[in-house]
Design a protein around this ligand. Sequence first.
Ligand code: GLN
Length: 274
Amino acid sequence: MKLFKKILAVGLVAAMTLSMAACGSSKSEDKKEEAGNSAGGTITFGTNAEFPPFEYVTASGAIDEFDGIDMAIAKKIAEDNGKTAKINNMEFDSLLLALQNGQVDAVIAGMTITDERKEAVDFSVPYYTATQVMIVREDSDIQKAADMKGKKIVVVQGYTGETCVQDLGYDYEAFKKGSETILELINGKCDAVVIDSATAEKYVADNKGIKIVEDPDTFEAEEYGIAVKKGNTELLNQINDAINKMLSDGTISDISAQYLDMDTSEDASGSDAE
Ligand code: GLN
C-alpha cells in the first residue's frame, strides 16, 4: 500500500511536468489516415482488461463488466461530454491497430506514452505516472535490475516492460497476460517479472510469497495517456479538457486512491494466479 500512495503522489505532480521517459523507443509504423470522430452519443474505448487496478473484469463495473481506474476515468470523460462510454476489450497488442482501423474511438489501457507509439497515434495529456518494477519470490537475491542478468525473466508481450528488458540486453520470455507471468514466478518457472508498478502491487497483494524490487536508476518514470487516432483533435480536445479538469479538482486522485486501496482479489484478472 505504501508504494501505491507514493506513486500516486509522485504521479499526479509529475504527470503535469515530466517529459517522456520509459525505456526508449524504436521504429515506427506510421499509418496516417483521416481522423474520424466518435459517432452519436458514445465514445468507444479500447482496452485490455488484464491490468488491475486500471482495468479488469468484474460482476458489475464502472462500465458494464469492466472496472478499474481507467474505466472510471473513461466513464467520466464520456459523461463530461454528454456521451456514454462503451468498452471494446481486446489484446493489448491489437489496441493501436483497432484505433487506426476505426474499431474504437480511443484507447485507455494504462498505456505508456512512448515516442514509438506517438508515431502511430496521438496521446492525451498524461493522467498517471508509473514505473517498471521487478516482482521476485520472497527469497530472491535480486536487488537491482542488473541482478537479473542470466536469470529467467518474464514479461508481458507488448508492454513497456518488454522494451525495458530488451534495452538491458537480457533474454526473456513473453506471455500474453500479467496473471500468466505471476503463475510462472510462483511456480518457480522464472526468477523475475518486469511489469508496471501499480499492477505489480496488486499482484503482490493478491498472491503470497512474492515481493517487489524497485530500481529507479534503471527504470525511469512512465506516463500513461489516452490514445486517439492521429489527427482526431476534436475527440483529443474533449479528452484533454476532461482529464485536466479531473486532475485539478482531485477526481483522478480520488479514483486512483479508491481502486488502489480496494481489494479486487476476487474480481481482478490476476486472481487466477492464486
Ligand atoms: N504501461 C505498459 C505499457 O504501456 C503496460 C500497459 C498495460 O499492460 N495495459 O506498455
